[in-house]
Design a protein around this ligand. Structure first.
Ligand code: SAH
Length: 261
């Protein structure tokens, strides 16, 4: 991971602000700060919070008190988002008039397109009754986390966490920084190595009377399919072949002992 890519990632996330409207529980503000810092976001804007600053917010922020200390307190949503090119409002319910609605993944793409050159805002509503229609009117899009329809309202900090996690994942994708493949510390086995393993396996299984030369060859085909998926490396092939050699030696020894008896 290059330093340049890290700078890009941080710069893009620094242009996304989280706006909380009229939050009543200071603990939630702290939990939001923590969720943001975990995913690399720094800009928190509080519109008329019930209590701020607060000891409870600091306690819940854990190591993210820097995000709290830099938080801006403003008196209206307009003031919070005036300089943003895109404003996304999050909602636990779908509103009466259809409004363009995105899921968190699509929302992340929308936000990140914007942050190449401008600021973007994610707006979160009151714990008891969400965002008002007037507030939703100020949003280009709504974002709805597709939760259980019978119980769709998440705690506000949990909702922030879902949104900012998707932002970070999308950005890692865009920067080519996601790599879930396993990389062995040994060279990958070749087709030739695998053919030798299959020969060895077939001989051993035949000597064990597990494979009958007359029976259909489905077992070897299924074993090929199994090992073909396993992305074996050379060392693993050597271990397996070592086991097969030891099995054959033991078998030969047992047979000799039996014939000598
Ligand atoms: N009782 C309120 C829910 C408020 S939950 C209502 O019915 O609107 C507090 C905030 O968390 C919401 O305003 C929204 O910003 C966010 N939130 C909670 N659940 C969400 C969901 N399923 N999708 C998107 N945002 C959600």
């Amino acid at each position: 991971m290059s330093a340049k890519q890290d700078d890009d990632l941080n710069a893009r996330l620094a242009r996304v602000r989280v706006v909380l409207i009229n939050t009543s529980h200071p603990g939630n503000i702290g939990a939001v700060a923590r969720a943001m810092k975990n995913m690399g976001l720094t800009q928190l804007v509080l519109v008329n919070p019930a209590e701020f600053p607060s000891g409870e917010a600091r306690a819940r922020a854990s190591g993210a008190t820097d995000v709290l200390e830099q938080a801006r307190v403003v008196s209206s949503l307009d003031a919070a988002v005036a300089d943003c090119a895109v404003v996304l409002g999050t909602s636990a319910r779908l509103r009466s008039i259809p409004w363009p609605t995105l899921d968190p993944r699509a929302a992340a793409e929308q936000v990140l397109d914007t942050t190449e050159s401008a600021e973007a805002a994610l707006v979160f509503g009151r714990e008891n009754n969400g965002l008002s229609n007037e507030e939703l009117d100020r949003c280009n899009y709504l974002v709805h986390i597709p939760a259980n329809p019978e119980y769709s309202s998440l705690n506000i900090a949990a909702a922030v966490q879902v949104l900012v996690y998707e932002l970070r994942m999308t950005l890692l994708d865009q920067l080519g920084r996601r790599d879930n493949r396993f990389h062995s510390d040994q060279p990958r086995a070749t087709a030739g190595d695998l053919e030798q393993l299959y020969d060895h396996l077939q001989q051993t299984l035949t000597e064990l009377d597990f494979l009958k030369p007359s029976a259909p060859r489905q077992i070897m085909r299924r074993l090929r399919r199994l090992f073909g998926r396993a992305e074996l490396d050379r060392m693993e092939i050597n271990i397996l072949r070592g086991i097969l050699s030891a099995t054959r030696e033991k078998l030969a020894q047992t047979k000799t002992e039996e014939s000598e008896r």
